[in-house]
Write a protein that binds this ligand. Structure first.
Ligand code: AMP
Length: 198
């Protein structure tokens, strides 16, 4: 297989969400886009929930799939043996560091507190200058409307700057958002010395 054109880290739910098909549809669209554009998916390495959906779609569309999962979650999140690379690591910190190092951009889909934590961590790393990779939030079916409203409240309350909000690209379209992220990732991004951060 040729070297991937780009590598996108996707954070998303280990659950599928409720009965709104938009969640699975958009996860599938993200995986397909990555595969169809010759890219690599880096993700949490499970087959459960939206994580499994995005990985399967990327693989079926010809994308390279890299999974990184802590040993303790191998059974709980159904470690995906179909990955091109499946890294079973010891800790959550190792997982997140490897996912970040192997990626050119980060994209959060709907998910729960694991997804929130992962997104906020790479966002805070970005604002501190630990990396300069683009970050995206896919607001499928308005799932993140409440969070985005609260974040704006944080800005108007003086706890965040507009420039910090500006570091996060938000869109409802997988195609448009991935295009933006991949274009702004480009070569020349500084490698991330993340292991020294955590
Ligand atoms: P969730 O969004 O809660 O369904 O979780 C999505 C992914 O985030 C799963 O692979 C979880 O293992 C992972 N996760 C859960 N807690 C954490 C954490 N503290 N740090 C990083 N990832 C986590």
């Amino acid at each position: 297989m040729a070297e991937p054109a780009f590598s996108v880290c996707v954070y998303c739910g280990s659950r599928p969400g409720d009965h709104n098909p938009a969640f699975a549809d958009s996860a599938r669209a993200v995986g397909q886009w990555i595969g169809q554009h010759g890219g690599q998916l880096v993700y949490g390495g499970g087959r459960s929930g939206l994580m499994g959906t995005v990985a399967e779609a990327a693989r079926l569309a010809g994308g390279r799939v890299v999974g990184v999962i802590p040993q303790a979650l191998v059974d709980k999140e159904l470690a995906n043996r179909a990955c091109d690379e499946l890294h079973v690591v010891q800790t959550m910190h190792e997982r997140k560091a490897m996912m970040a190092e192997r990626s050119d951009a980060f994209l959060a889909l709907p998910g729960g507190i694991g997804t929130f934590e992962e997104l906020f961590e790479v966002w805070t790393w970005r604002q501190l200058g630990y990396h300069d990779k683009p970050l995206g939030l896919l607001n499928t079916a308005g799932y993140y409307d409440g969070l985005l409203g609260f974040l704006q409240h944080s800005v108007t309350s003086g706890f965040m700057g507009e420039w910090q909000m500006g570091l996060l690209q938000v869109d409802t379209s997988p195609d448009a958002l991935l295009r933006t992220l991949v274009q702004s990732a480009g070569p020349g991004q500084t490698p991330v010395p993340l292991r020294s951060v955590i």
